[in-house]
Design a protein around this ligand. Structure first.
Ligand SMILES: *Cc1c(COP(=O)(O)O)cnc(C)c1O
Ligand code: SF4
Length: 311
């Protein structure tokens, strides 16, 4: 995966944000020769048609493209990002729509990638198709464009796309999921871009990845989740960084992650706290237990002050 940033990110790196530099600048320690794997079995185990990952019975992930406005150096899909191979032809879109229609148990479609907002015309066609499938009740847009290039959110293409989604309200509910990892990312331009998305009436949620030397400390995450909460964005997930070959320098120690999330649970509102998840290869998302219970003994737990409670 080549290095790719945007003028917005470049400016923030110049202004001294180490958290952003580390996410987007190629690390010298990265071994460019390793062959990255497919840690979640997306291609091998769960893809019935091009672009679709069907792992959980009622929801599918649809990779609308492999392109992103900037390349996150820790990306789970490092093997694909930036490649034109992810571009969908009309017949790929038709096959995927046919698959979804033929599986009425699917009520929830997650547009992902790559970044679906980087290919608005493709996303428009997908949305127009999903609108005609009555079993689809939720469409989620997973994006990082507001962070990479906040100004793009007010482009004409985006406006058309959001209006189209708004017009689908009777068919399905739209949610927007923004990937954000550090409070440095939430400057006033980004806040404004997210406000624009919210002005169309879509609930906005966030997703975060635990990243070594970026956000693996209580202060950074507390500030991030509070900033999101204050602006009306619900923190949804925080993931363990996937075990992708070549990305080891980003993976944090699971015990310190657990400790950080446990500490945050002691002092923050539940609304501001994302679910802490590990995505296990070939399996799926599993919640990581926090330090409140002495598993496997579930007759005792601890309160927020650390006092043991007999149940
Ligand atoms: C994460 C994911 C989903 C969505 O999971 P939710 O828990 O509903 O957010 C769906 N499909 C795949 C393949 C995923 O990785
Ligand atoms: S925006 Fe998402 S898909 Fe694109 S490079 Fe970053 S993490 Fe990967």
């Amino acid at each position: 995966m080549e290095e790719k940033t945007t003028p917005h990110l470049q400016r923030k790196i110049r202004d001294g944000s180490n958290a952003i530099a580390r996410q987007f600048q190629m690390q010298s320690e990265t071994n460019g020769n390793v062959e990255p794997n497919d840690p979640l079995g997306e291609e091998t185990l769960f893809s019935p048609v091009k672009g679709i990952v069907h792992k959980y019975p009622n929801r599918v992930l649809w990779k609308t493209t492999y392109r992103c406005a900037a390349h996150c150096q820790f990306c789970t899909r490092v093997r694909q990002i930036g490649s034109p191979e992810g571009d969908l032809e009309d017949n790929d879109i038709a096959s995927a729509l046919y698959y979804i229609e033929a599986h009425p148990e699917i009520d929830d479609v997650i547009l992902s990638g790559g970044d679906p907002l980087v290919v608005p015309q493709i996303s428009m066609r997908i949305i127009a198709g999903l609108r005609n499938i009555p079993s689809v009740r939720v469409v989620r847009i997973g994006t990082r464009l507001p962070i990479h290039s906040p100004k793009s959110i007010s482009s004409l293409y985006m406006k058309r796309l959001f209006k189209e989604l708004q017009a689908c309200t009777d068919n399905f509910q739209t949610y927007v999921l923004v990937h954000v990892n550090h409070p440095d990312e939430l400057d006033y331009e980004v806040v404004d871009a997210i406000r624009t998305i919210r002005s169309y009436g879509f609930p906005v949620l966030s997703q975060t990845v635990f990243l070594k030397a970026v956000n693996d400390n209580e202060e950074a995450l507390e500030e991030l989740f509070k900033k999101l909460y204050y602006m009306g964005v619900t923190p949804y997930y925080i993931y363990r960084c996937d075990y992708v070959k070549g990305l080891e320098q980003f993976v944090c120690d699971i015990e310190s992650e657990r400790e950080i999330m446990t500490m945050l649970h002691k002092r923050m509102s539940g609304i501001a706290l994302p679910r802490y998840i590990v995505d296990v290869e070939g399996v799926g998302k599993i919640p990581v237990p926090l330090g409140f219970w002495d598993v496997p003994d579930i007759n005792h737990c601890q309160d927020y002050q650390g006092k043991t409670i007999q149940l």
